[in-house]
Design a protein around this ligand. Structure first.
Ligand code: ATP
Ligand code: MG
Length: 461
């Protein structure tokens, strides 16, 4: 691969079109449309980040990100389907039928920006303008929105392999931070001092782990050392962001490898202190193995292209822990359903201060565990209503993956599956007929109605 120093973009290296293997055929046609329109309107436009990295590695990119010197407002005027989003930094989202292309304006980190002066509002009040870049006392970036040069934009990115750009003007690749060398050697290395970069944004530590595992790379020695030294500070990141990043990790198809790395580096214990201690302990002389087994199982399903919902994922990984908690509540006298409610609440109380599982997912996780008993009753009460639940497939899948190798369980699941299939083929019969067919007790009338009937006439039944 021939490299040329770039006279305009200091410190960067250009790899001409004929010297690299990226073909436009491998790119999203929508991303190309966006790039061409920006270029035709006289703007600079690059593909950046993960998509360039993945195209060079021969992997299919997950999404295509574009950067440009057009401002968000200018981008909006160029695309009818454009929405401006983001409070921390304004981004343009260009919507296509089945794809979203994100367009960002070149940003600079501008960490030594002077305090902005006060401005006069239309009512004549003096108001301090918000600084473009805001850091907390410990150097974590809270807000950063200063337009910059292409090089500044590249250097504020996290890792060298994520700072490569593809220039639509001449189809060249611009390497701002020796990313190509690291890509060739399989190394994840922060741009700049890793301790500082992890301090600015602790989520980068989780990203380092994910990319190392997903791409089969190793971390540069300095990056790894700084990560281990900073692992405890991961909890300074916003809990909803940590939840999003943990989901990406666990659904990456390399969750087992990621979790090994998280545990080796101390990140796992920092994020899930109680669960991590439990995982390292034994119950009645037996180690807790389900978490590891389920990670492998989830990975193989993701690699096959299956989808796993977040509640099912959490149930599979934390189910054994929840079962044990519920068992403890039952030992103290709690009835079955209450023991599961209490176990889930306790688990969410431990995890959410750091990794904020959303309310909806928390409730859905509880339901998957709680509804397991219904699978044991054939046909049970109102089986069709049970099958019609939104989470029926997750309830079945959970049971199959946890206990599916047991003969009686497999037989029961087969029965439920057959019922679900039959129900899919036949539209629902009227309620009176349905209860006759399923053998379920007839549905009670709603109390309010019955009272009304009593009040008005004597019941005919
Ligand atoms: P993938 O989409 O495959 O998970 P990616 O590298 O594209 O990987 P995105 O989250 O889509 O990751 O981010 C796009 C790009 O934005 C990254 O490649 C990187 O250059 C930059 N980036 C994302 N998150 C950060 C961060 N926390 N700090 C600095 N740069 C970041
Ligand atoms: Mg991406």
């Amino acid at each position: 691969m021939k490299k040329k120093k770039n006279p305009e973009k200091s410190g960067s290296v250009i790899i001409a079109r004929q010297e690299h293997g990226i073909s436009r055929k491998l790119m999203s046609p929508n991303a190309l449309r966006v790039l061409y329109r920006l270029k035709d309107n006289g703007f600079v436009a690059y593909l950046v980040g993960g998509c360039v990295r993945d195209l060079l590695l021969g992997r299919e990119p997950k999404d295509f990100d574009v950067v440009t010197n057009a401002t968000p407002g200018e981008v909006k005027r160029m695309f009818r389907s454009c929405r401006l989003v983001g409070r921390r930094f304004r981004l343009a989202h260009i919507h296509f039928k089945e794809e979203l292309i994100e367009v960002a304006t070149f940003r600079s980190q501008a960490s030594d920006e002077p305090e902005p002066e006060a401005v006069e509002t239309r009512r004549g009040e003096q108001r301090q303008r918000l600084p473009h870049m805001l850091m907390d006392d410990e150097g974590m970036i809270l807000r950063d929105n200063v337009f910059g040069t292409p090089e500044e934009d590249a250097l504020r990115r996290d890792f060298t392999v994520n700072a490569l750009a593809y220039d639509i003007a001449d189809f060249s690749i611009i390497d701002f931070a020796s990313g190509l060398a690291d890509l060739g050697a399989g190394i994840i290395r922060t741009i700049g001092d890793p301790a500082v970069r992890f301090q600015e944004d602790p989520v980068r530590m989780l990203r380092a782990v994910r990319f190392a595992a997903q791409l089969g790379f190793t971390m540069a020695e300095e990056t790894r050392k700084a990560l281990v030294a900073s692992a405890d500070t991961i909890v300074r990141a916003a809990p909803p962001r940590l939840y999003d990043e943990m989901l990406k990790i666990l659904l990456s198809g390399e969750g087992a490898k990621c979790c090994d790395l998280l545990r080796q580096t101390g990140l796992f214990a920092a994020l899930f202190p109680a669960f991590s201690a439990w995982l390292d302990s034994e119950s009645e002389g037996f180690p807790h193995t389900r978490f590891g087994e389920m990670l492998t199982c989830v990975d193989s399903r993701i690699q096959k292209g299956d989808k796993i919902s977040p509640p099912l994922l959490l149930a599979l990984l934390f189910g054994e822990y929840l079962d044990e908690k519920a068992e403890n509540f039952r030992a103290k006298g709690a009835p079955w359903q209450q023991s599961i409610d209490a176990a889930t609440a306790e688990f969410l109380g431990e995890v959410c201060p750091f990794v904020q599982i959303t309310n909806r997912v928390g409730l859905a996780l509880r339901d998957i565990i709680a509804q397991q008993t219904r699978l044991k009753l054939i046909p049970g009460r109102r089986p069709q209503a049970f099958i019609a639940r939104n989470d029926f497939n997750d309830i079945i899948e959970y049971c199959r993956l946890i206990h599916g190798d047991k003969k009686d369980v497999a037989g029961r699941l087969e029965w439920w599956r057959a019922q679900a299939e039959q129900m899919e083929q036949e539209p629902l019969a009227p309620l009176s007929k349905r209860t006759e067919e399923t053998g379920a007790p007839p549905r009670k009338k709603r109390r309010r109605r019955r009272r009304k009937q009593h009040g008005l006439h004597q019941s005919t039944k």
